[in-house]
Ligand binder design. Structure first.
Ligand SMILES: [Zn+2]
Length: 202
């Protein structure tokens, strides 16, 4: 068994702190951080002041398909993909950076984050295991989170086709338009490229 370097351990602790602050669950910490479960629990209690919550991680892809969740998930995943292409950092750090960028964008528009860190991480895993895909909307050309193996041609996104429940359709459409304007996500993927420097890509 090789002894861990002190610097390596400091790095693991820093990673754990960042992840706990962003709201990562214990299961995630255990799989991503090379510290013992006992140390992770101690760190968690120190930072959050409470024990880590028990319970399973979310496992259904359906959550990402609901209207507002799909808008936020698609925005996050477009950012994550951009970061992945333009950064040579480890995946977990790319995840942290893109999630912080997502929070920044939401806060800048006085909006509430819908996608929590665990959902964001779970979504990346769903993409990696080929359960989700990005589909291009044939009306607005934006890229949106969709079930994998769905037909890609003729796909219409949640913004171009908001839920049309009886009597709520117009309100939903207005809300959708407001959400797009607020988040500046027309065309998906664009916001990141035009973002001012300092997103820490390099
Ligand atoms: Zn669309």
């Amino acid at each position: 068994m090789t002894r861990k370097s002190v610097l390596g351990e400091v790095r693991e602790v820093q990673l754990a702190i960042q992840l706990i602050q962003l709201g990562a669950r214990l299961q995630f910490l255990e799989s991503e951080v090379g510290l013992s479960r006992e140390r992770l629990i101690r760190l968690y209690k120190e930072i959050k002041g409470v024990s880590p919550p028990k319970g399973l991680l979310p496992f259904s892809t359906d959550w990402y398909m609901t209207w507002l969740a799909n808008i936020h998930s698609s925005m996050f995943y477009n950012m994550y993909q951009f970061m992945k292409i333009h950064s040579d950092k480890e995946k977990v750090w790319i995840l942290i950076k893109s999630y912080k960028l997502y929070l920044q964008q939401i806060a800048a528009q006085d909006s509430e984050p819908i996608l929590d860190f665990t959902r964001a991480y779970t979504m990346v895993r769903f993409f990696d295991s080929d359960m989700l895909q990005l589909s291009t909307c044939c009306r607005c050309s934006g890229q949106f989170v969709a079930h994998a193996h769905d037909h890609k041609s003729g796909y219409v996104c949640v913004l171009c086709r908001p839920p049309s429940r009886a009597g709520k359709a117009r309100g939903a459409k207005r809300a959708a338009a407001g959400e797009v304007a607020a988040l500046g996500i027309e065309g998906m993927g664009f916001g990141v490229e035009t973002a001012p420097g300092g997103t820490g890509l390099h």
